[in-house]
Each structure stands twice: as C-alpha cells, then as structure tokens.
Design a protein around this ligand. Structure first.
Ligand code: ADP
Ligand code: MG
Length: 311
C-alpha cells in the first residue's frame, strides 16, 4: 500500500481516567501507533484530555482554596499542563515501542496553541462542563470571578466553558517541519490551548476546543491523506444501540449530512467526530476520514474495518 500521511486523533480510552490508568493505557496505544509507523506511514498524533484537564483544574482550584496566595490557574494554562503531561507519557511509550521493533525515530510533543474567534458564538453559550461539583455558594463565588456555572441535573453546580471552533494552529510550521523530516509529532493535545490574537500577542481564552475539530484542522493544514479518529467503537452506527442498529462501512459526505439531520449521532460524542470528518474530507478530493477502535487502526487503514467517510 502507498505510504500515507496520517493524523491520528486519540480518544479517552487511549489514555484512561487517572495516572495509573494512563500509564497502562499508553502502552497499548503506543502499539497501535507503532503498527502504522512500521507500515511506513507518516504519523502525527493528537489526543483528548477530558479527565486530565478536569483533574488539573480541580487540583489548581483546591490549591487556591487551601492557599489563597496561589491564584487559580486559567483554563488555557490547565490545557497547556495537560498537553505536557499526556505528551510526556505518550512520547515516552511510543519511543520505547518503536525501539522494541528496531525503529529509531524521534518522538516529540509540541505544546500547541490554537486560534479561536473572540466573536465565536460559543462564547455567549458556554456548554462544556469542567471540574468538580460545587455548592450554590461556591458557584456564586465563581460567577463573581466571571466564570459561568450551571446546575447539573440535581447533582450540584459545575463550571461551564465555551467550546469554540479552531481557526488556525499557531505552531503549524514547526509541526510540518518535523513531520517532513520523518519525525513523529504529538500536537494539538486536548484540542489545543485556545488563544485569541491581540496585536502581537496571543491571549489564552477561557474555553476548551473539541479535539475532533482541532484534529481535522491539523489534518487539513498538514494536507494529510487520512484523519483517523480512534475511539471506543469499531464502526459508526445508524440507530445506535437500538435493535435495528446498522453498522456502516462507509458513507459519502452527502449521506453523512443526511444521517446527522436524522439525529443518528449523539452530540458531545459521535456527532463532533462525524462533523470534523466531514470538514476534513470536504477540503480536497481523495482524502479520507476513518473512525474505528484503537486496536483496529492497522486493519482500518487497509480498508478491512472501521467506517470510512469520503467525498
Ligand atoms: P472519545 O473519547 O473517543 O472522543 P466519545 O465517548 O466522545 O469518545 O465518543 C465515542 C462514543 O460515541 C462511542 O463510545 C459511542 O458510545 C457513542 N456513539 C454515539 N452515537 C454513536 C453512533 N451513531 N455510532 C457509534 N457510536 C456512537
Ligand atoms: Mg469525545
């Protein structure tokens, strides 16, 4: 098979929910990635950060509660911390897995900033819950700090942040240079650190970018052949979880649009993957998006499993 340029977006199951789980999960993840590198594909990796950024955000908020001199960490800083911590674990285990197979390639993480539009409508309608549950009084204090909170299904209050669309990747030239040199790069972790341009500066935004959309933007800017979204299901389904469920081998852009309108994909889980795949696939003919399970990446790129989206 012709060697492809591939952006792999890793989902939550590739990283686990806490430190020990992540340490174990990245070993398995590294095998799936090494399978593709071994086949000769150029591989760029992005990943989610939901549980990790939640953990960091809670830790920093608790630090501030116990020691008021430590001011709370902005969301953008928490995302940056999560990129560093996850990138470290991933680059370390991918390096080892490659060396075990006799492949010597540098693997590195780029702390990535992603530009968002300050006028993105997501900012006037924050929807993404983050951090721990709070009492009404604590939520009131957060609101006074300018942070939005919502009452979450009777379980208490939680902070919500906006999830704006990624417009541009600040470090794209550095990522491209490493990729073109045959190196393995981890970038746009957790959707990237959301920033807004201000004169010569980049100001961190109180937001989180969806990792599926950021990965599609990364794949588009790198002119990748494939966007591979690795998640917990082998194939995308119509009538998901119902007795009349149908597993899809492929879909065209037009079919995907119709299925979205018919409500087959849950918002917050499968819908962003389909929408991100549609955006990537529509930017040029010949490129494809593949959604499958972590363990099936190698078979998926050979066309043996998973769901392919094409023009
Ligand atoms: P990730 O961490 O990989 O982003 P998500 O939980 O956000 O994972 O999204 C993947 C999940 O989407 C699957 O595990 C599945 O439960 C759910 N899902 C919702 N609708 C569908 C569908 N139509 N077909 C397949 N999976 C679906
Ligand atoms: Mg998800």
């Amino acid at each position: 098979m012709k060697k492809k340029k591939v952006v792999i977006a890793l989902g939550g199951n590739a990283l686990g929910n806490n430190l020990p789980e992540q340490m174990a999960a990245v070993k398995k993840t590294a095998k799936a990635i090494a399978d593709l590198v071994e086949e000769g594909h150029q591989v760029v990796i992005s990943h989610g950060n939901g549980p990790q950024v939640g953990m960091i955000h809670i830790a920093m908020a608790e630090l501030n509660r116990l020691y008021p001199n430590f001011t709370p960490a902005p969301m953008s800083v928490c995302v940056g911390m999560s990129q560093g911590y996850i990138g470290y674990d991933l680059q370390n285990s991918i390096r080892t897995e490659l060396l075990n197979r006799g492949i010597s390639k540098p693997v590195s993480t780029i702390i990535t900033q992603v530009c968002v539009d300050p006028y993105d409508e997501a900012f006037s309608n924050p929807t993404k819950p983050i951090g721990r549950f709070m009492s009404a009084e604590e939520a009131h204090i957060e609101e006074k700090r300018g942070n939005h909170c919502i009452e979450d299904a009777g379980r208490g209050f939680r902070r919500v942040v906006a999830s704006p669309k990624p417009l541009d990747i600040v470090e794209i030239d550095a990522i491209r240079t490493l990729v073109n040199d045959g190196q393995i790069v981890i970038a746009c972790g957790g959707g990237g650190i959301p920033v807004m341009r201000q004169d010569n500066g980049l100001r961190g935004a109180s937001a989180v970018i969806d990792k599926d959309f950021a990965s599609a933007k990364l794949a588009e800017l790198l002119d990748a052949d494939y966007l591979i979204i690795l998640t917990a299901v082998e194939k995308v389904a119509l009538n998901y979880g119902k007795p009349n469920q149908i597993l899809l081998d492929e879909m065209t852009l037009e079919e995907a649009k119709k299925y979205c309108e018919e409500g087959h994909f849950a918002s917050g889980s499968m819908l962003p993957k389909i929408q991100a795949s549609m955006e990537f696939v529509s930017h040029r003919s010949g490129c494809r998006a593949l959604i499958t399970k972590l363990e099936k990446a190698k078979e998926g790129i050979l066309g043996k499993t998973g769901t392919i989206l094409h023009q």
